[in-house]
Design a protein around this ligand. Structure first.
Ligand SMILES: COc1nc(N)nc2c1ncn2[C@H]1C[C@H](O)[C@@H](COP(=O)(O)OP(=O)(O)OP(=O)(O)O)O1
Length: 172
């Protein structure tokens, strides 16, 4: 049974809206080592904060270009994550999956590209929430996750699967 949440999610509002993209091709996933900002030193997908007037899709395409120099093809939003943080502003993150891109990933000031086999994803170097939803995304299932962090640790979590409205329709 889920313990009571320390957060009143009904009144919760994120200060930051952000995006993440995971590109999967030929049995491998394209990740980044983040070189600056929130989560520097961690492995993550490319992404970042949504600019005023920008849609989540526009943001994830722009951030992926800025961080890796590639253009994601047909990114599909599969998830939404709500992060209540103890020491940085709360974040609402839109999570996308893409199966193709144009260009060649390059290292930039923001990120170093890293390819991993799908069976070798380095969860130990990623945010602690990732292991709870990245396998769901890779299974092309939609999800809505809520996580409460104390520092680097997840102290409460809830994952709902197959609940997010996917404009392209459910895959399962
Ligand atoms: C708390 O758990 C998190 N888990 C995961 N997997 N990813 C997270 C978590 N918290 C934040 N993120 C992601 C969401 C964004 O992609 C980045 C943060 O964006 P950033 O601050 O790097 O945004 P930019 O616009 O690129 O930053 P600049 O101000 O440096 O341009 O982390």
């Amino acid at each position: 049974m889920t313990p009571p949440s320390p957060i009143d999610w009904a009144s919760w509002r994120a200060e930051i809206h952000a995006t993440l993209l995971f590109i999967v091709r030929d049995g491998e996933i394209l990740l980044i080592e983040k070189k600056r900002g929130l989560g520097a030193g961690k492995i993550n997908g490319p992404g970042g904060k949504i600019d005023p007037g920008e849609t989540p899709l526009e943001c994830v395409v722009r951030e992926t270009r800025e961080e890796l120099g590639i253009t994601a093809k047909r990114p599909r939003k599969l998830g939404e994550l709500h992060f209540a943080m103890s020491d940085v502003p709360d974040i609402l993150c839109h999570v996308f999956l893409a199966r193709d891109f144009s260009g060649q990933p390059v290292e930039t000031e923001e990120a170093k590209p890293l390819w991993y086999k799908l069976g070798d994803i380095p969860y130990e170097r990623m945010w602690k929430d990732d292991i709870h939803w990245l396998p769901v995304l890779l299974d092309e299932r939609s999800f809505h996750g809520r996580f409460v962090f104390e520092g680097e640790e997840v102290v409460w979590q809830d994952m709902q699967l197959d609940t997010y409205w996917d404009p392209e329709g459910p895959r399962h």
